[in-house]
Design a protein around this ligand. Structure first.
Ligand SMILES: N[C@@H](CCC(=O)N[C@@H](CS)C(=O)NCC(=O)O)C(=O)O
Length: 223
């Protein structure tokens, strides 16, 4: 299998965690921001990554969207499972995944790129890196007001996540699921931001555990 990705994308990290958890061999192809849509549009009709190319007869040519990738992997190789066999718990795990995908993953992006263009500039002050950051900020409309809203959403999410992850090892049904995997992937960019490291030490311990569980190298800031 081949994974089309931006190496720094937290949604692509989510797909890599799932592939690693299931120990499915794959190669990655890192696309160039700006040119990526030329390659992706004909494959999926979308411009976003991750995109998985199963490269196997009898399977779809390309699967776009991290949730669809995981759904595919779950049917391609059911064990170890990322969804509970109980239908109600399975739905609960998928609802957590969707909430993280649609709300928390984007909030993390806003807070992360705001940090990288301000106090976190020294992480990579190169012209190329700062150009990408400015392009992303413009693409997603990342400004101070939007970032303030994103921070509020993250505070709420981390309160709920803390209530769960600090009292039990897993979010749903007493087993590792797509919910834990998605939370770890989509919150991992916060590891570079000192205030989050200070206020939520349990979060980064859990992100490390999930990466180890999924045989995936740790994200920047935790390695
Ligand atoms: N809901 C999508 C979101 C993926 C996403 O936003 N990917 C970003 C990178 S973090 C991307 O490919 N952006 C390029 C673009 O929008 O053109 C998923 O779960 O796959």
């Amino acid at each position: 299998m081949r994974l089309l990705q931006f190496s720094t994308s937290h949604y692509c990290r989510k797909a890599r965690l799932a592939l690693g958890y299931k120990q499915i061999p794959y190669t990655v192809e890192n696309l160039t921001p700006g040119l990526h849509s030329l390659r992706l549009k004909p494959l999926t009709g979308l411009t976003t990554m991750p995109v998985l190319l199963p490269e196997r007869d009898g399977y779809p040519t390309a699967i776009g969207d991290s949730s669809q990738v995981i759904q595919f992997l779950e049917s391609y190789q059911p064990e170890p499972a990322l969804l509970p066999s109980d239908p109600a718990l399975s739905t609960e795990a998928l609802v957590w995944e969707d909430w993280f995908d649609e709300s928390i993953g984007t909030a993390t992006r806003f807070v992360y790129y705001q940090f990288r263009s301000g106090p976190g500039k020294q992480i990579d002050p190169s012209f190329a890196s700062q150009l990408v950051i400015q392009v992303v900020r413009r693409q997603y409309g990342i400004n101070a007001a939007a970032v303030a809203l994103a921070e509020k959403r993250l505070t709420l999410a981390l309160t709920e996540l803390g209530n769960r992850w600090q009292t039990a090892p897993f979010l749903v049904g007493g087993q590792f699921t797509v919910a834990d995997l998605t939370a770890a992937a989509l919150l991992s960019p916060l590891a570079l931001i000192p205030s989050y490291r200070q206020n939520y030490p349990w979060l980064f311990e859990r992100i490390i555990e999930v990466h180890q569980h999924c045989h995936e190298p740790l994200p920047p800031g935790l390695s």
